[in-house]
Design a protein around this ligand. Structure first.
Ligand SMILES: Nc1nc(=O)c2c([nH]1)NC[C@@H]1CN(c3ccc(C(=O)N[C@@H](CCC(=O)O)C(=O)O)cc3)C=[N+]21
Length: 303
């Protein structure tokens, strides 16, 4: 096979953020309101701090109002719940994102269920999960990473997803399950594979579309990829890279990119693939949430 097309997630994310910036400017002009995003971080995980800073920065670049709440790792569950309740009732805030994972003493599901579904820009509240699963994607807030992955697929393949075999590897509530719902709604034939799946290489070999979201570095091998298939690599794994110097790391996906690039028709890189799209879709969801809370109609969906 010739080398695959490398799907430029950074460039596509930039174009999505540009569209959102324009739409937010129009909203400001017509209503005097800015979309408001609140990001809550509990604890000091360095990777989470980087992501939260990137979200804050992206929101400001889109012309949004953006606030960041950083709480100590020892913060009680009651205090986190009280902050969510305060943000639920804050008219300047249209989107609430509580960075996951939360420290072990906090019941994640309890926190996510308290977020008003209308402000749930992560799409993790049972109301949004239910809408997406029931085929009412356009009324839901859709989780950012699967939504971003679908944008990449549509920008790469056009409107030709119908009837394709899609294999999603990973069954998390954050990526695998909502990704499968989105692909099903695009009329793909969807398989969800996971750690107990038998003959995974052969399951993947049947796929026209592979979405890898397992969190194991370079687990999906090149010769598992059907010639010409489209590969979306959701994994972001930090592995030791002594070649870069003592104690250095590098980022790799769940797919062995250097092998898969000789089999796939198109593939996302890590970094620069799905990651930037996740943040762009958070901006999309925040604008959508703001418009709905202001009683305005939805705009043309971006995916
Ligand atoms: N409630 C919640 N919502 C989330 O959306 C959420 C979360 N919790 N917890 C953590 C994960 C992780 N996540 C990423 C976002 C952007 C990049 C990203 O922009 N990555 C860049 C570079 C990353 C780097 O250099 O470290 C890239 O892939 O090119 C990565 C990861 C959102 N998450």
């Amino acid at each position: 096979m010739p080398q695959a097309q490398i799907i430029d997630g950074k460039a596509i994310a930039e174009s999505v953020r540009q569209e959102i910036t324009n739409r937010a400017a129009k909203l400001l002009e017509t209503s005097g309101k800015r979309p408001g995003l609140a990001v809550v971080l509990v604890g000091e995980d360095p990777a989470s701090q980087v992501y939260v800073r990137n979200k804050d920065r992206a929101a400001e670049a889109c012309g949004f109002h953006s606030v960041k709440h950083t709480l100590g790792a020892e913060t009680s569950e009651a205090d986190v719940l009280a902050l969510v309740e305060q943000l639920n009732n804050d008219p300047e805030i249209h989107g609430i994102l509580v960075q996951l994972p939360l420290p072990g003493h906090i019941d994640e599901s309890k926190v996510l269920r308290l977020i008003r579904p209308e402000k749930d820009v992560d799409g993790f509240h049972p109301v949004n999960v239910g809408l997406l699963t029931a085929g009412e994607r356009d009324s839901a807030l859709v989780p950012c990473t699967p939504a971003g992955s679908l944008v990449l697929l549509k920008r790469t393949l056009g409107d030709t997803l119908s009837g394709k075999n899609a294999v999603v590897i990973g069954r998390s509530n954050i990526v695998g399950k909502p990704m499968a719902s989105l692909l099903l709604q695009e009329s793909c034939t969807v398989t969800i594979a996971h750690s107990r799946t038998r003959d995974l290489p052969d399951v993947v070999r049947a796929a026209d579309i592979v979405v890898a979201a397992v969190g194991r570095p370079e687990m999906i091998k090149g010769d598992w990829i059907k010639p010409g298939a489209t590969v979306i690599d959701v994994g972001i794994n930090r592995i030791p890279a002594p070649e870069l110097g003592e104690g250095k790391n590098r980022l790799v996906g769940d797919v062995a990119f250097n092998e898969a690039v000789d089999h796939a028709g198109a593939i996302t890189p890590v970094p620069g693939g799905v990651g930037p799209m996740t943040i762009a879709m958070l901006m999309v969801n925040t604008l959508t949430a703001a418009r709905r809370l202001l009683g305005l109609p939805d705009e043309e969906p971006l995916f």
